[in-house]
Design a protein around this ligand. Structure first.
Ligand code: FE2
Ligand code: FE2
Length: 146
C-alpha cells in the first residue's frame, strides 16, 4: 500500500526503537541484533539523505546528515567493540540517546517542514523513492523485511 514519506519514516523509527530495546535488554544473539540495527540505520539514513533531505531547507539537511554521520561513527565503535565488551552497555546507551535526539528533532522539526513544503501526492512519491533506496540497501546487507 502506498504511504507518504512522513508516515514511512516515523514507522521505521519505531521499528528501530524496538530493536534498541531488545539489544539493551540483552536477549538473544546480540551480535546479530547489532548487525541488523547497523543495516537498518544505515539504509534509513541514506534513503533520507538521497530522497528526503533535498526537499528540506539546506541548513536542516546538512545538520541532519551530520547527525547521521555521528550515529554511524558511534555504531561502528560498538561493532568494533562487540556486545561482550564491558564498556558496551554504556556506549550503547550513548548511541541510543544520540539517535533518540535526532529522531525527535526529525519528527518535531524536519518532518513538519517537509509536510509544509510538499503536497500529499509529492509525499507519496517521495515515500516510494525512500522505500526503494532503503529496501535495496537492506537487501544488499542480507536483511529481509516483509
Ligand atoms: Fe529518520
Ligand atoms: Fe535521520
Amino acid at each position: 500500500m502506498a504511504s507518504d514519506a512522513v508516515t514511512l519514516i516515523m514507522n521505521d523509527h519505531r521499528v528501530m526503537e524496538q530493536l534498541f530495546d531488545r539489544l539493551r535488554a540483552g536477549a538473544g544473539d546480540r551480535q546479530l541484533l547489532l548487525d541488523e540495527i547497523a543495516a537498518r540505520l544505515t539504509a534509513h539514513s541514506h534513503a533520507e539523505e538521497l530522497q528526503v533531505y533535498p526537499s528540506l531547507p539546506a541548513g536542516e539537511a546538512h545538520h541532519g546528515a551530520d547527525e547521521h554521520h555521528e550515529a554511524e561513527r558511534m555504531l561502528h565503535d560498538l561493532q568494533r567493540m562487540g556486545p561482550d565488551d564491558e564498556g558496551f552497555p554504556d556506549r550503547l546507551d550513548e548511541f541510543i540517546a544520540t539517535v533518540g535526539r535526532h529522531v525527535e528533532e526529525e519528527e518535531t522539526t524536519f518532518l513538519p517542514s517537509l509536510r509544509d513544503a510538499v503536497d500529499l501526492a509529492g509525499l507519496i512519491e517521495m515515500g516510494a523513492a525512500f522505500e526503494q533506496v532503503r529496501l535495496q540497501e537492506l537487501a544488499v546487507a542480507g536483511i529481509s523485511v516483509s
